[in-house]
Design a protein around this ligand. Structure first.
Ligand SMILES: Cc1cc2nc3c(=O)[nH]c(=O)nc-3n(C[C@H](O)[C@H](O)[C@H](O)COP(=O)(O)O)c2cc1C
Length: 398
């Protein structure tokens, strides 16, 4: 081989390596983008105020990340008119809790971040008041970052309450030009309240206040998957329940679905129950999933599940989903059903007529010690079911 042939071969090898690298990077990059956007939206939609904390300190590294998130907020003309006071000393946390009616939980928190406006850094004239928006944006960034880091936090307002501002300024020795906007207690959560779904179509107006429905229907058609639930009619199961709770599972069957986009499964269930638990205002759904089901592993690792009821014409589809496993292929596609995702990112079915979205509040296998005759007989030759109880956080009908 002469020199130019050798060079050509080397060049070809280099090109192949480069294209493989580019292909690998591009495909990975696309996955990362999809995963990241789902995670970001999910973090925003599942954030909720946490007011009870474990007796476990929040690492300084995480506090730094929260502050960094706060300072990443947008501010008018990039003035960044803010200051953050981090409180970790127990006696100061207690003083804040004693002084502020809505910040009692500060005494249990591992730390508090007081987000403040710095009047020496604001814009001039009436634009000076933009500091309130800027520091509010920083506060929300801190709440979202806390949720993303597995922490719990709550926004408690100080400004514009004159008494509250004076109390906080006195306790923290704030100079006159530093105005406390709010106090954010932070800690590892000792509660997990269900996030509220605050989506209300009537709060949205397109092209002006009275521009009519044209904009809305166009927007609906192009709405992202997470907003599709707006095609359903929301209802309050405690007040407007119409289905027979005894036949809903056993005779009509429901489809239990669990997981997130790209990693979900569904199976038909004939056993289940509706009721209330741990409070008269807490509607719950109970389902029973045998350990051998592929769905069982999804129930174990996910925080939410949904149950969907279908019109009679989908009985064959339900039979299929109750006799085939998601382990063996895309049975939902095979049954010709279509999945859409709620605002919280949970799977429901376009063909359904009623959906209950539930946050898991209990999950464990049956305890055979409690079995009576019927159960002893049922489980004499088959594995146990696990019992999952979910608080109904949303209900929709068509
Ligand atoms: C009408 C009907 C009702 C069912 N009810 C239940 C139930 O309540 N609990 C359960 O564990 N399995 C139940 N099954 C069985 C599962 O749906 C079935 O094993 C399914 O194939 C599991 O799918 P997977 O492996 O994808 O999770 C039922 C099946 C049918 C057809």
């Amino acid at each position: 081989m002469n020199t130019s042939n050798i060079l050509n071969v080397l060049l070809a090898v280099a090109l192949v390596i480069l294209s493989v690298k580019i292909a690998f990077f591009t495909s990975n990059h696309a996955d990362v983008e999809t995963d990241t956007s789902a995670a970001v939206i999910n973090n925003i939609l599942t954030r909720t105020s946490i007011r009870a904390y474990q007796d476990k300190p929040v690492e300084e590294e995480k506090i730094q990340q929260l502050l960094q998130a706060g300072m990443a907020a947008p501010s008018a003309k990039n003035k960044q008119p803010w200051s953050f006071v981090v409180v970790k000393k127990k006696e100061i946390l207690q003083q804040l809790a004693d002084a502020l009616p809505f910040a009692k939980m500060a005494s249990q928190a591992s730390a508090v971040i007081v987000t403040c406006g710095d009047l020496t850094k604001t814009l001039e004239g009436e634009a000076a008041a933009f500091w309130i928006q800027d520091v509010s944006a920083a506060s929300e960034n801190i709440l979202l970052a806390a949720h993303g880091l597995g922490l719990g936090a709550v926004w408690t307002g100080v400004y514009p309450g004159a008494d509250r501002m004076k109390s906080v300024s006195d306790i923290l020795n704030l100079p006159d030009h530093i105005i406390p906007l709010n106090v954010i207690p932070i800690g590892y959560p000792a509660e997990s309240p269900a996030p509220k779904n605050k989506w209300k179509e009537e709060n949205v107006h397109y092209d002006g206040w009275n521009a009519g429905e044209a904009g809305k229907s166009e927007a609906k058609a192009t709405a992202p998957a997470t907003a599709k639930e707006s095609q359903w009619k929301k209802f309050n199961p405690m007040e407007q329940w119409q289905a027979n709770p005894f036949t809903l599972f056993s005779k009509d069957w429901m489809l239990l679905a669990v997981g997130k986009k790209g990693d979900m499964n569904a199976m038909t269930i004939g056993w289940g129950g509706l009721g209330t638990l741990w409070g008269e205002d807490r509607p719950v759904v109970t389902v029973y999933v045998e350990k051998r089901r592929y769905t069982h592993s999804f129930m174990e690792k996910n925080e939410y599940f949904t149950v969907t009821a279908f019109p009679e014409q989908y009985r064959d589809a339900l039979k299929y989903l109750g006799t085939h496993s998601g382990r063996d292929g895309d049975k939902i596609k095979a049954a010709n059903l279509h999945v859409e995702y709620t605002q919280l990112g949970n799977p429901i079915f376009t063909e359904g007529k009623l959906v209950l979205e539930c946050k898991k509040v209990y999950g464990a296998p049956f305890n055979p010690e409690g079995f009576g005759d019927v159960a002893r007989k049922v489980y004499s030759d088959r594995p146990l079911h696990s019992v999952y109880i979910g608080e109904v956080v949303n209900a929709w009908i068509k």
